[in-house]
Design a protein around this ligand. Structure first.
Ligand SMILES: [Zn+2]
Length: 384
């Protein structure tokens, strides 16, 4: 069935095996010690077999731990979505069963590393995609990185010696709005020079096939839920894009809270030619201000320690609760919010398909397509 990458053993089984062989060995040892030498051939053979099984289990367990360590290291150096650092908002269904499932999955990840339960069978996946009525594509930093958009995450993720986490938070903006605006203006100007890649374009074309007009029908759709703030999906021609983390090309007034699109380059004359090297001190009155109430504007993005827009999130949860197929593209399926979405879809009998450099999925009956998504998506959908 799901032949490619199927695990040779399952995590809990291995633990049970290890535990029971330890108990049997212990009982045998106690028996042999109390029984005294000389042992019979039968006893020696029995002890040898159990010892070999025991050593095998320990080696397997150590191997699993090393694999987990390597896997976690690779996760921590890969771009991660911003909401990983936020308190996960409650998902639509909050039953104890679902929480247990998450806790169980979490335990498994920590003990055994990801399970390899996925298939990479393109024909089988295409059949499911073509039959699916409601599809959600969750995209993350990986898809933007393929367009050359820096993520400022992981190793070397510094901007002017600052960690992105130290700049993209409300306290930093309160303390030094000039510095935070320079960070965002630098990124805005950089993204303006980048183009959507083949993954963005394939998704846009697929959307046009599924719902050719602006109007998205309830019974058949392909929604894009993105964690990226660069608007590359809409620039690729996508409709029905939910920007879970907002957009760098929108501003929000710190006074009247009005959200407005802003594609000015530079956004304000004082923020022209921002480089990664020159530190500028821009007076507050020369930073972007609201036309209506003259208060300071801020980028309309979800920062660390901030919650997602509840209306957007509720809508996404609704989509997740009814979709047939979830595509996880350029983001780990193990971190929030994909770790909430993917098990939910799988639990209802839906399909999860991941497009990443490394597999992170560990759900039964899921798909994984390796490599850059700008290559894998057009290959799977040559007819898009
Ligand atoms: Zn205002």
């Amino acid at each position: 069935m799901f032949g490619a990458g199927q695990p040779k053993r399952s995590g809990p089984m291995q633990l049970i095996f290890l535990f029971s062989s330890a108990v049997i060995t212990l009982i045998l040892f106690i028996y042999l010690i109390t029984h005294g030498v000389p042992w019979t051939n039968f006893e020696v053979i029995l002890l040898s077999i159990v010892t070999i099984v025991m050593i095998g289990s320990i080696v397997g367990f150590i191997f699993g731990a090393i694999r987990t360590y390597c896997w976690r290291t690779s996760i921590s150096t890969n771009p991660t979505p911003m909401t990983q650092y936020l308190n996960p908002p409650p998902i639509g269904s909050s039953e104890a069963e679902f929480q247990n499932e998450l806790a169980y999955n979490h335990l498994l990840q920590n003990l055994m590393g990801p399970k390899r339960n996925y298939s990479s069978d393109v024909a089988k996946f295409r059949k499911i995609f073509d039959q699916s009525q409601r599809v959600v594509a969750l995209t993350g930093a990986g898809i933007s990185a393929e367009s050359g958009v820096p993520t400022f995450r992981g190793d070397g993720g510094l901007w002017r010696q600052h960690q992105a986490t130290d700049l993209a938070n409300p306290e930093a903006f309160e303390r030094d709005p000039s510095l935070v605006w320079q960070f965002y203006e630098y990124r805005r100007q950089l993204v303006a020079t980048k183009s959507p890649n083949n993954a963005h374009l394939t998704l846009a074309k697929l959307q046009k096939k599924v719902h050719p007009t602006e109007l998205v029908r309830q019974e058949k759709y392909l929604y894009i839920v993105t964690q990226n703030v660069d608007e590359l999906h809409s620039r690729a021609g996508s409709r029905a894009v939910i920007e879970l983390h907002g957009s760098m090309f929108k501003t929000r007034c710190t006074g009247c809270k009005k959200v407005k699109e802003n594609y000015n380059n530079p956004i304000t004359p004082a923020l022209a030619n921002i480089t990664e090297i020159d530190e500028k001190k821009i007076p507050r009155d020369q930073l972007p201000h609201c036309e209506l109430c003259n208060q300071l504007l801020r980028p309309h993005v979800v920062w660390f320690n901030e919650s997602l827009n509840p209306r957007d999130f509720e809508f996404v949860v609704e989509l997740i609760n009814e979709c047939d197929l979830l595509l996880v593209i350029g983001t780990s399926s193990l971190v929030h919010p994909a770790n909430m979405f993917a098990p939910n879809v799988a639990r209802r009998g839906g399909t999860v398909a991941e497009f990443n450099l490394e597999p992170t999925t560990k759900l039964k009956k899921s798909f994984f397509f390796p490599g850059p998504c700008g290559e894998s998506l057009p290959k799977i959908f040559p007819d898009a």
